[in-house]
Write a protein that binds this ligand. Structure first.
Ligand code: MD6
Ligand code: FE
Length: 217
């Protein structure tokens, strides 16, 4: 009985799935740390609240974002870039929680990227209906460094394209606790998120949180 309950309660990591030459989905990889990740996330969001940013073209980005770490990704009429200061407060971004750094390093090493040390973490908050259009992540200095992406809350469909915007995309389901690591030859592939479906997650409610750990500087 006890074992059954323990089995039922215990977070399940599943087999890694290679979705690109240097891109791996680690299903459930973050589950065993969720109890540390959520309070750490709450502290970050308390210091640097989620906000809507503006594209250089003047559109509002529906997905709300914040950052932690030495550098944070920002977008406004002047462009996309990394900044050491939160433009809302004029203060440095809150520090990267050690549990984020450890998770990123372990996940990256599973994908063959040894000694990954993130200095930036972009946190995205999606409500039902929010999507992220196809884009490349190219504001970081060193494209030899991978990106580690952690999904929490409602499930989402990730679109994974090629090196040109018009290339066909594959759909990858991302669930609460999944971690994706990508780098190398896949580092500049176009990608996005389909509109989030309605739902309520037992821990996070009606939203999805994604955070991506990067070496930006
Ligand atoms: C998201 N992720 O999962 C959006 N970018 O909500 C990204 O845009 C992303 O997951 C670079 C690397 C991994 C990612
Ligand atoms: Fe991205």
């Amino acid at each position: 009985m006890q074992t059954e309950l323990a089995l039922f309660d215990s977070p399940q990591r599943r087999e890694p799935q290679w979705v690109g030459q240097q891109t791996v989905l680690l299903p459930g990889f973050a589950l065993e740390r969720v109890e540390q990740l959520l309070p750490a996330l709450r502290r970050v969001v308390h210091a640097a609240p989620f906000r809507n940013m503006t594209t250089p073209g003047g559109r509002t980005i529906a997905v709300r974002v914040t950052n932690c770490g030495e550098l944070g990704w920002v977008s406004d009429l002047r462009g996309y870039r990394y900044s050491p200061l939160d433009p809302l407060s004029g203060q440095p971004w809150p520090p990267l929680p050690p549990v984020f750094l450890e998770l990123a390093r372990e996940a990256a090493s599973q994908a063959g990227f040894a000694d990954f040390t993130a200095d930036a973490c972009l946190v995205n908050s999606y409500l039902p209906g929010n999507r992220l259009t196809l884009h490349q992540d190219r504001n970081e200095r060193d494209f030899s460094q991978p990106i580690v992406s952690v999904s929490l809350g409602l499930p989402a469909t990730f679109l994974f394209g090629g090196h040109a915007r018009a290339d066909r995309t594959q759909k990858i389901g991302l669930q609460h606790g999944d971690v994706m690591v990508w780098g190398g030859e896949d580092r500049l592939r176009f990608h996005g998120i389909l509109p989030l479906k309605d739902g309520v997650h037992p821990l996070l409610g009606a939203r999805r949180i994604n955070f991506t750990l990067r070496k930006a500087g």
